[in-house]
Design a protein around this ligand. Structure first.
Ligand SMILES: Nc1ncnc2c1ncn2[C@@H]1O[C@H](COP(=O)(O)OP(=O)(O)OP(=O)(O)O)[C@@H](O)[C@H]1O
Ligand SMILES: CC(C)(CO)[C@@H](O)C(=O)NCCC(=O)O
Ligand SMILES: [K+]
Length: 272
């Protein structure tokens, strides 16, 4: 079974997945790479030559393994062109493009992360499917029972909403998402809590509205959450609307599952 790496390049950070053939073994996140790393990527002869900042989170997982002695293929799904170009230097980099995605009705500028996530979710949970990705941007992406893209929506994600309020106003502090430890009071009586209330309750209300609208079209559809804030937002949605959250799951690895299917689809030899 071939070992390969999946790399999802998001707007905030890099998400890595280690595969043995079709099996996802371990996932981890690292910061975006700086331009100075290009030279090092170009000169990689073995897996162990990859920058330490990428490998250190999985050091104990790969210690002493034979995989260190050759170059692993890296399949890349990126929505950040300036990060994608850095990888052109790496000899075994394969950038996944929209034309490799076995879904109908895709529009040319659709994010590859959205296409792969909806494919991965549909392949695993069945079509029709709605994916809610709570990342830097929060996206809704739906596909019908014929694997045809229905469409979706894009809005600023949790951290981006909090940051932009802090940056574009004189009196409001920038609040970080990790500071929101529990569902805030709706009728807040201090500034930080008022911001938390405004952002969280309107995010949950929009998510609920999109879910309701989706189930009007596709009443039996499964819904999957992913993304850095997906777990938190689903938890708050559940606590406010317990009746709503049957048929909704949190699954952080949808994009990797989508990569696996698109590779199986395009070149069946590359996974076996
Ligand atoms: N360690 C972390 N570093 C950065 N963001 C984090 C971290 N843990 C949780 N988050 C949350 O994750 C969100 C970013 O989500 P995620 O990492 O899925 O985005 P991304 O994949 O980089 O961006 P994109 O929207 O382009 O997919 C931020 O809004 C932040 O609140
Ligand atoms: C919306 C994001 C930023 C979410 O990561 C990404 O999927 C993207 O850059 N999309 C391109 C525009 C679109 O999907 O219609
Ligand atoms: K942009």
């Amino acid at each position: 079974m071939k070992t390969w790496l999946g790399l999802e390049i998001g707007n905030s950070r890099l998400h890595w997945g280690w595969f043995a053939g079709e099996n996802l073994q371990i996932t981890w996140d690292t910061p975006h790479l700086s331009r100075s790393i290009e030279q090092q990527l170009a000169q990689c002869k073995t897996f162990a030559d990859l920058p330490q900042e990428i490998l250190s989170p999985i050091d104990s997982f790969i210690s002493g393994g034979a995989v260190r002695s050759y170059l692993l293929p890296i399949y890349i799904a990126s929505v950040v062109p300036s990060q994608t170009v850095l990888w052109q230097a790496y000899p075994e980099a394969h950038v996944i493009s929209l034309d490799k995605i076995p879904l109908l009705g895709i529009y040319p500028t659709l994010g590859i992360d959205r296409a792969l996530a909806v494919l991965g979710a549909g392949e695993t949970c069945g079509f029709p499917i709605l994916v809610i990705d709570a990342g830097t941007a929060l996206t809704f992406t739906g596909a019908d029972g014929d694997r045809c893209l229905v469409g979706g929506a894009i809005l600023p994600g949790l951290s981006l909403q909090l940051q932009s309020l802090g940056q574009k106003t004189a009196n409001l502090p920038s609040i970080a998402a990790p500071e929101i430890l529990s569902l805030p009071e709706r009728w807040a009586t201090n500034t930080p809590e008022a911001i938390q209330s405004g952002v969280i309750y309107t995010l949950i209300a929009s998510i609920r509205d999109f879910i309701t609208a989706w189930w009007e079209k596709f009443p039996d559809s499964q819904i999957c959450f992913k993304g850095g804030d997906g777990k938190l937002l689903l938890e708050y949605l559940r606590s406010l609307y317990p009746e709503l959250t049957t048929k909704i799951v949190y699954e952080p690895n949808l994009t990797f599952w989508g990569m696996r299917s698109s590779l199986q689809n395009s070149q069946s030899s590359c996974l076996s």
